[in-house]
Ligand binder design. Structure first.
Ligand code: PEP
Ligand code: MG
Length: 747
């Protein structure tokens, strides 16, 4: 597989495989066929043993022969005499007349058969179990390589895609909306491979940047060498080698030549260093091949200097589309909001926090675009379709003008929705369902205020923590919370205590875990760090003086003891402030999040202790369905309308009602128009959602009677599968004339 990964393209990778498998298995032939679905044919893509001229010419119809049978059954076929099998059919162009033994194994990726790998033998023999399992293992590893090659249009001779720029890269719908813009690729520091192809007009400037970075690296090395003068001479020799390499013509001149060809210093350095690494790695001599590591290390050191010397010099386009392999919340927040039109991440899913943040900012996003060649698309025109999860790279005018029309229609639609701003969220039979907004940034307070929300239902305090390089102090936090509380005063504002861990990390407080979503998260961190927690609580209490609209929400509650402990710490924080002379410190309302199954079953006892309950469906769905909310591979299984989730949410509501404890939903489920209709029918008395979802949900509420919503809930409660629930609710929305919510951007 290492050889396969090192192959420059898929054709060569397949050739390596057929040759090696044929040798290892002592077979006479090994071939790989890939499926051309539009033509309904399997195409011979590589062979060692059959006529090489037949490659990419031989096409077998889907219903013919043994290869098709393997693909159809999606199971291996192992025969000692292939010609005696009823479906056998002879391929004249391949010169395969002499073969009897046959083993064919399907190449399966995420449930789809992409092709078949087969071995053949002149003599009559069936292949032994070890051979079968070897071929199955190779096919399984090959599947991912083929799926990726297909997605990036590298499969020549099959159906030659990606020459067509209008075929989008597929990802997952992250935040709704579409955008046309120019991409800026962000990448982790000191990671050579992640550096994007970026062009420059300022050749002289970039050469200077490079030369300065080389000189700084040289100074670092000299300083290090000084410090370790007591080390044995052979260890010191390494530094001499580094210093020599730094002077080498190959490194310096090749990089400068690349800059002169129009590339940025980092891109030029990347290509020079990786070229040398490749050259050294391929050397037979162990000593020399190990030098590859040193060259890479030296390259990283130079890159680090380039990056720190040019930090902050990145110029954002007026319509920036931020692209990254692993987009983080701080990277997103670094772009001036008025310049950011879309975000794209090749990892994560629609339930990742970056996607939630994008939604809160009203910025379309596509997540989990695993095949996107991120480092090759810097500075290119992209179209991002956050509804379908599609990304078009340098598309034709036709696609651009199609999306321009969609953007125009969307703008009209949101103007219409905006008319509802000052109208109450009230059903046609007069039942009020107050809608609150989810927030996490100071910059989105203005849009929250203009959304017609009746308060803030969830303020994620971790976001301001994430964009700093140390914990914010009590005074600093007080200022932030004061702005948030006063933006909606006297209406209620819910400040959630720090909820870090999972996919929300603080650069200055790294938490490294095998299983972060089942790890040290939310209230667990706060209770283990009363220093951090009390500081935050005091800041919240001080910020609320004379506003009295503070509600404090505790995240990730799993056990009653956590509620008890948190409540005593709130008391403690208040007492300490009173002792310090603060007056008018009203006790805030305290709420618990129900977002873990254990809390669902104990809502009864939790509800007795708190003033309100807020259901965090984002986490609840992931824990009930055992689907990591951040994993694009299983995102298709993540569904808030799964009947088990519906039952859990209902159970929390009914238990809380028994104690007359108000309960609302603040997860993304509340902002999903179909789900919101269901929650209305279930009997919720308030919902909290992103600012973009709020007018849509208000539109739903104002178009349905409470009675109708109750009837719909009673119907779907008996359904057994999520797609049936969604289809039924969507039908109801369409019937009510709200189809625009189901096919957004396509009205
Ligand atoms: C939730 O889990 O539903 C929630 C609102 O919290 P977060 O998305 O920040 O985890
Ligand atoms: Mg949560």
């Amino acid at each position: 597989m290492q050889e396969v990964t090192a192959a420059p393209n898929l054709d060569q990778a397949l050739n390596v495989i057929v040759q090696r498998v044929k040798n290892v298995m002592n077979a006479d032939v090994c071939s790989i066929y890939l499926s051309d679905f539009p033509a309904r044919q399997h195409v011979l893509m590589a062979t060692d043993g059959l006529n090489p001229n037949a490659v990419s010419k031989v096409r077998i119809d889907f219903n013919k022969g043994l290869i098709s049978k393997v693909a159809e059954l999606a199971e291996p076929i192992n025969l000692d005499s292939a010609p005696s099998h009823p479906v056998y059919f002879f391929l004249p162009d391949t010169q395969e007349e002499n073969y009897h033994g046959f083993l064919g194994v399907p190449i399966v990726h995420h449930g789809q058969v992409l092709g078949v790998i087969s071995v053949q033998q002149t003599e009559k023999r069936s292949f032994v179990e070890e051979e079968l399992t070897l071929l199955v293992t190779i096919a399984a590893q090959l599947a991912g390589v083929i799926a990726h090659a297909d997605a990036v249009g590298e499969i020549s001779g099959l159906h030659g895609h990606r020459t067509n720029p209008d075929k989008p890269f597929k990802g997952l719908a992250g935040a709704p909306g579409v955008a046309i813009g120019c991409s800026i690729v962000v990448y982790p520091a000191s990671d050579l491979e992640a550096v994007p192809n970026r062009k420059t007009d300022d050749i002289e400037g970039e050469i200077k940047v490079f030369e300065t970075a080389v000189e700084e690296t040289r100074q670092d090395l000299l300083a290090l060498q000084d410090r370790i003068s007591e080390l044995p001479t052979e260890d010191q020799a390494l530094f001499d080698a580094y210093l020599l390499m730094l002077k080498s013509k190959n490194l310096i001149e090749n990089t400068i030549d690349r800059i002169k060809a129009g590339y940025w210093a980092s891109t030029a350095l990347r290509d020079t260093v990786l070229e040398h690494v490749k050259l050294f790695t391929s050397m037979e001599d162990d000593y020399l091949s190990e030098r590859a590591q040193d060259i890479r290390d030296l390259g990283k050191r130079i890159l680090m200097h380039i990056q720190s010397d040019t930090k902050g010099s990145l110029v954002y386009y007026d319509n920036t589309i931020l692209v990254s392999d692993e987009l983080t919340a701080p990277a997103l927040m670094e772009v001036p909001k008025e310049k950011l039109v879309a975000v794209v991440s090749s990892s994560g899913s629609g339930s990742s926090h970056v996607a939630i943040l994008a939604r809160a900012m009203g910025i379309p996003s596509v997540m989990g675009a695993t095949d996107l060649p991120t480092n090759q698309i810097d500075g290119q025109i992209l179209v991002v379709d956050g509804y379908q999860g599609n990304i078009y790279i340098q598309p034709s005018h036709r696609v651009i003008s199609e999306f321009e029309k969609i953007i125009e229609e969307e703008n009209k639609f949101s103007l219409e929705l905006n008319n509802l701003k000052d109208m109450p969220a009230e059903t046609t039979d007069g039942v009020r369902l107050p809608l609150y907004v989810n927030s996490g940034l100071l910059s989105d307070l203005t849009s929250s205020q203009g959304s017609g929300a009746e308060g803030i239902g969830l303020y994620r305090t971790e976001f301001p923590f994430m964009i700093r390089d140390r914990f914010p102090g009590e005074d600093e936090q007080t200022k932030i919370y004061r702005q948030v509380l006063s933006s909606f005063a006297p209406s209620p504002v819910v400040l959630r205590t720090l909820d870090i861990g999972g996919d929300k990390n603080l650069s200055y407080f790294p938490i490294k875990e095998e299983n972060p979503f089942l790890g040290w998260r939310g209230i667990r961190v706060s209770l283990d760090h009363p220093d951090i927690f009390i500081t935050q609580l005091k800041a919240m209490l001080r910020a609320s003086i004379d506003l009295d609209n503070l509600n404090i929400l505790l995240p990730m509650i799993t056990s009653v003891s956590e509620v008890n402990d948190a409540l005593s710490l709130v008391q403690k924080a208040r007492n300490e402030l009173l002792e310090d002379g603060y007056a008018n410190l009203k006790m805030p309302r305290i709420g618990a999040m129900v977002e873990v199954p254990s809390a669902v079953y104990q809502t009864n006892v939790i509800a007795k202790r708190v003033d309100f309950i807020s259901i965090g469906t984002n986490d609840l769905v992931q824990y009930i369905l055992a689907v990591d909310r951040n994993n694009s591979d299983v995102a298709g299984l993540y569904d808030c309308l799964h009947p088990s989730v519906i039952q859990a949410v209902k159970q929390v509501l009914r238990q809380a009602e028994r104690h007359k404890t108000p309960v609302s939903v603040c997860g993304e489920m509340a902002g999903d128009p179909a789900a919101a209709l269901l929650l209305l029918g279930m009997g919720f008395e308030s919902l909290s959602m992103s600012v973009v979802a709020l007018p849509k949900v208000k539109w739903v509420i104002r178009n349905f009677s409470f009675q109708h919503a109750q009837d719909l809930f009673a119907e779907v409660e008996n359904f057994e599968e999520a797609p049936d629930v969604r289809a039924y609710l969507n039908k109801a929305l369409e019937k009510a004339g709200l189809g625009g919510l189901i096919h957004p951007g396509k009205q």
